[in-house]
Design a protein around this ligand. Structure first.
Ligand code: AMP
Length: 223
């Protein structure tokens, strides 16, 4: 099972992705998380990507596309890809690479959310140091971090929490959303590419509902 997920930063894409990944027992591949791993590890790729990420700009395709394709190649058992493609050009590159390799794309998931709501949501999310798939958000009861020794820790494992620097920077958020909502060359254009090219079922869900409602709407449409 190979799935693409789309949704503006803050739409709950990561949370829903973790649920879908469990359903099919497939790898959850997040381009942003791969970059953060490289930055943490001090790799050459991480050093090159960091300046773009800190500004909220896209990392250039000559770095991003081969990195993602290599990761897909290492996960032949199936994947849920999150954060890629983020532009029409990346959608075309991915479509071609999958066709060349004879790989079927089973579903495209799109989470719809108003830009202002997405921005408010981004600023409250927290990252677990132990597991990227442990969602924590200070404004959502269902995934609120817990308090331990006067500190907020991961509600799943008690791990240390941090906020991403690019999640607290209003200009960087705005830039990321400019890229997402751009329907000419940006991410919405990438979603439209898959809608227009047929071949893969595109599932669109309303991301303003609760986590449970969004996931049950999603599950009802996935076979
Ligand atoms: P994310 O965790 O998905 O919000 O990604 C964090 C940052 O990584 C983005 O703001 C970009 O700078 C970079 N990034 C992630 N995915 C891509 C991509 N498909 N193309 C270019 N840059 C990306």
């Amino acid at each position: 099972m190979n799935i693409l997920t789309f949704g503006p930063n803050g739409s709950g894409k990561g949370t829903q992705g973790a649920i879908v990944k469990e359903k099919y027992n497939i790898a959850h591949i997040e381009s942003g998380a791969i970059f953060r791993e490289h930055i943490k590890g001090g790799t050459e790729l991480g050093k090159k990507a960091k300046e773009y990420i800190d500004r909220g700009d896209l990392v250039p395709d000559d770095i991003t596309v081969p990195m993602v394709l290599e990761t897909l190649d290492n996960n032949k058992g199936g994947w849920l890809l999150d954060g890629f493609p983020r532009s029409k050009a990346q959608a075309e590159a991915l479509d071609k690479a999958l066709k060349d390799a004879g790989i079927t794309l089973d579903y495209v998931i799109e989470i719809l959310l108003d830009r202002e709501i997405a921005k408010d949501r981004i600023m409250g999310r927290r990252l677990c140091a132990n597991d990227n798939n442990h969602p924590n958000h200070i404004a959502f009861e269902a995934i609120k971090p817990v308090e331990k020794d006067g500190k907020l820790v991961c509600r799943v494992c008690g791990g240390e929490l941090s906020a991403r620097a690019d999640d607290q920077d209003v200009d960087a958020i705005s830039k990321r959303h400019d890229i997402y909502y751009d329907d000419v060359t940006g991410t919405v254009a990438a979603v439209n590419y898959f809608k227009e090219n047929g071949g893969t079922k595109v599932i669109s869900v309303d991301g303003s509902a609760s986590i449970k409602e969004v996931s049950s709407s999603l599950m009802g449409q996935l076979s």
